[in-house]
Design a binder for this molecule. Sequence first.
Ligand SMILES: [Zn+2]
Length: 286
Amino acid sequence: MKIHAIQTGFVRIKTAQVEGRGVGLRRRLAVFTDSHWTEWLPTYAWVVEHPEGVIVVDTGQGTHLLQTATSLHPYMRWEVRFRIAPDQELGPQLRALGIAPHDVTRVVLTHLHIDHDGGLAHFPRSEILVSRGELQAASGWIGRMRGYLPNRWPSWFNPVSLDLAPEAYGPFAASKRLTSAGDVVAVATPGHTAHHVSVLVENQGITYFLAGDTSYTQRLMLAGHVDGVCIDETVARATLGAIRHLAVDRPTVYLPTHDPESAARLANRSLVKQNGSEGSGGPERF
Ligand SMILES: [Zn+2]
């Protein structure tokens, strides 16, 4: 089994989105009043070459996101900037790895934010898995008002519902095995969105935690610090605690979508360490 980190361009957001300030509505408004931008951050998609077939987790950015600068939606117009060239989309990068997009058996989306579903058009023949609640939240005009882009989904987009079972997987309350071998598992990681999922890949004694946007960096996960746009602060904080709990129980490589360190962490198999300089003082227990 091999896992690839594929960078699909860059994104810049406000620093108050990465690290939430204040609580409740104040926290969410802070994203709009903050005048400080992050550096250009990577947007990763993940490709798992598995004996049962190629699995893609998140599809990254598409060049259509360059048009958000003229969007009528206030978040897209004022609070986010993208950089991506056509050959940085996931389809061309897969081909460069020798993987034809139609060889991808399954695409799993952690959530449907615009920088995670932007490469869907490359996968018309793959089974696409999205949690039912996330699809509902992102659909239609309500979804557009929430900042999703359902109008950019391919016309054939009709994902299979990723219904997690109330079956605990380590500290996570709900899960679903995605391979017969049981070594690729979706777990519920709510908070950033209400139905956000993460994908865990078990390989040679290490758990690779494909985290989506559970946090923007490993440091913020260890600190238990929620972001500026998450739907529910308490739930998001509990999810970060569950991730720390998992990382105590088993060797874990934590891979958020926008963490500039994610690719190096994957390449070096750098495990989450909770007693070093980044330590949080220990995991929360449930
Ligand atoms: Zn997101």
